[in-house]
Ligand binder design. Structure first.
Ligand code: RIB
Length: 298
């Protein structure tokens, strides 16, 4: 069984479905509201667990009404919570999400996620040392991301750094990651480049191997040489929230098979994830991924 450690955020997603996105200053009547479990870290943990991995989460929740349901939701998916801290006098992370026409807009308030420190990661060192891959994103403090990269690198465990939400990062950090998995905008931000620059040029300039996500167009990947393309899988998109998280999780779970295979399966898993509402609603099992792969030859 593939062993994955996820270091990242846990959020309650407060989702409003709307006919379109409101303009600044405009009040719009929405169609439906739901609260579902999210956070890039929690989502990647659940996606990896559904794909059959043994998953250990390093994260933090507060002591509010969201904390217990968020932890129960992860536990029900089989995610190990030994290293999820409960922070007193603190709210859990929240994400206010508007979904319109299958796309989303998100505002995150980190709450307890902002108090996940390098020492929390250090306490999980033994798990990281025995992992097949580590997943980390950027909804937690940057020094905690850095500590994760250093600890995993020292143990020769591959780290997939999902640089979302985007911020410029020191080149030395990128060299510690086995892969970075930005979209075009995130890669430009990471490199301090212009977002209109051709993404293939950006990929060639990055200091480490890049797997770049392109939504419905699939993904591009480059270890060295020229970037390679993996086409996307055609599905009816209901909600794109969590597609990137599903992609990252699948990449980590299937990495041992080869990078091209892992990227293909990650594209299929991400496509399935957008067919249902909520970040975790459409996250597939390995059987569902295999069924899509045998139906569609992207
Ligand atoms: O990647 C999707 C996630 O981003 C949502 O679940 C939300 O919590 C935000 O963190």
């Amino acid at each position: 069984m593939t062993r994955i450690v996820v270091v990242g955020s846990i959020n309650m997603d407060l989702v409003t479905l709307a006919p379109r996105f409101p303009a600044p200053g405009e009040t719009l009547m929405g169609e439906r509201f739901l609260s579902v479990h999210g956070g890039k870290g929690g989502n990647q943990a659940v996606a990896a667990a559904r794909l059959g991995a043994e998953v250990h989460m390093v994260g933090a929740v507060g002591d509010d009404a969201f904390a217990d349901p968020l932890c129960e939701g992860l536990a029900e998916e089989g995610v190990d919570l030994e290293h999820v801290a409960r922070i007193e006098n603190c709210s859990s992370g929240t994400a206010s999400i508007t979904v319109a026409g299958g796309e989303n807009e998100i505002v995150v308030v980190p709450g307890a996620n902002a108090l996940l420190t390098p020492s929390h990661v250090a306490k999980a060192q033994h798990l990281i040392a025995n992992a097949d891959a580590v997943l980390v994103q950027m909804e937690i403090p940057l020094q905690t991301v850095e500590a994760t990269l250093h600890i995993a690198h020292a143990q020769r465990v591959p780290v997939i750094l999902n640089p979302a939400p985007a911020q410029p990062l020191p080149v030395a950090w990128l060299r510690l990651a086995r892969y970075i998995t930005p979209n075009q905008h995130e890669l430009a931000t990471l490199l301090g480049a212009d977002a209109s620059e051709d993404f293939r040029n950006l990929m060639r300039r990055a200091a480490c191997p890049v797997v770049l996500t392109r939504g419905a167009e699939g993904a591009w990947f480059r270890e060295e040489g020229e970037p390679q393309h993996q086409a996307g899988f055609a599905v009816k998109a209901v909600d794109s929230t969590g597609a990137g998280d599903t992609f990252n999780a699948a990449l980590a779970v299937f990495l041992h098979e080869s990078l091209p295979i892992a990227v293909r399966k990650a594209c299929a898993a991400a496509a399935l994830s957008v067919t249902r509402l909520g970040a975790r609603g459409g996250m597939p099992t390995t059987r569902e991924v295999d069924a899509l792969l045998s139906r569609q030859h992207a």
